[in-house]
Ligand binder design. Structure first.
Ligand SMILES: O=P(O)(O)OC[C@H]1O[C@@H](O)[C@H](O)[C@@H](O)[C@@H]1O
Length: 305
């Protein structure tokens, strides 16, 4: 968002009385708050990042760190960061920001719309002088967040330049769980994965993913829905994907959490990341003018066992 667009002005243009408005969030960063009979949610313009989604009758499904940074140039720890145009470190530049540069900057709020029982919040960001310092390509990304009984996230990347572009992407969902050590991720049985805790050796998943230590697995070539099964909060958070071939499962565990200044020492126990993406061999190539839409749809179901 250009810094001169005030919260007052954003509300004049976009607020829906009693349903959605822009308010000042942590670090005075603007966020859209949605409160509808089906669900409430919060979405920061910074990173176009969902930080809360609470379907009616359920606790919040999204984890947010109490020690997150809230400032331009830094990522929010928790929520659903948008990773683009690379995932983890940039292969040819170790100084480039982890997971790309769109999660650390303000996006522009395009619209807030009421569609049936849901509220659709649409944000956009484009290549500019700052992005070209890291990545010499022209692009436009629209993030359309539909808040309702389900949470639908659509990331639409358009190549606005005149040469092909190749990118990685992820919707890096931090699920809020009762106890990571008792949480499982179902839906990946038999899928090959690269184990980033073991030099990215290729392995094959047997049964559900269980967290018993630092876990950082990239399941390549899986279109399956995944379920974060939580026997403590008695629920399953299901993610259906479209145009996403990678699922990343991550939890830093106690030792990894210590190295993250923006994550409280015990907070790793309350989070489990299962991320829809396209990374490594699944990176997307777009010809000039082409667009690609990746979708992740979250739903909360009862009775995690
Ligand atoms: O600390 P960051 O940059 O937000 O990344 C957190 C983690 O994000 C995960 O998705 C990656 O697979 C991990 O390798 C990474 O450590």
């Amino acid at each position: 968002m250009p810094s001169f667009v005030s919260i007052e002005k954003l509300n004049e243009q976009h607020a829906i009385a009693g349903i959605a408005s822009v308010i000042s969030g942590e670090g005075n960063l603007p966020k859209v708050r949605v409160t509808s009979p089906r669900a409430s949610a919060e979405i920061y313009l910074h990173g176009a990042q969902v930080t809360s989604w609470q379907p009616a009758g359920s606790e919040d499904a999204i984890f947010l760190s109490a020690k997150s940074y809230w400032e331009e140039g830094r990522a929010i720890r928790g929520g659903i960061p948008v990773c683009f145009p690379w995932f983890r470190n940039k292969a040819d530049d170790q100084k480039a920001p982890s997971h790309g540069f769109v999660r650390t900057k303000a996006w522009e709020l395009l619209s807030i719309a009421h569609e049936g029982d849901s509220v659709v919040v649409t944000l956009v960001t484009e290549s500019d002088e700052a992005s070209r310092r890291w990545w010499p390509h022209e692009f436009r990304i629209v993030h359309r967040v539909t808040v309702g009984a389900e949470l639908k996230l659509e990331l639409v990347v358009t190549n606005t330049g005149d040469t092909a572009l190749k990118f990685e992407e992820a919707l890096h969902t931090y699920h809020r769980v009762g106890d990571a050590g008792r949480t499982r991720v179902a839906g990946l049985d038999g899928a090959p994965y690269l184990d980033n805790m073991d030099g990215n050796r290729e392995k094959t998943q047997a049964g559900d993913v269980k967290f018993t230590g630092p876990t950082d697995n990239a399941y390549l070539t899986t279109r399956n829905a995944v379920e974060v099964v939580d026997p403590v909060l008695h629920r399953r958070i299901r993610t259906e994907k479209k145009n996403s071939l990678t699922t990343v499962v991550w939890n830093p565990w106690q030792e990894g959490a210590k190295a993250l200044a923006d994550l409280g020492d015990d907070e790793w126990q309350s989070m489990a990341c299962a991320e829809a993406g396209n990374i490594r061999s699944n990176a997307v190539t777009l010809a000039p003018g082409e667009e690609h839409t990746m979708t992740a749809t979250l739903a909360v179901e009862g009775d995690g066992r």
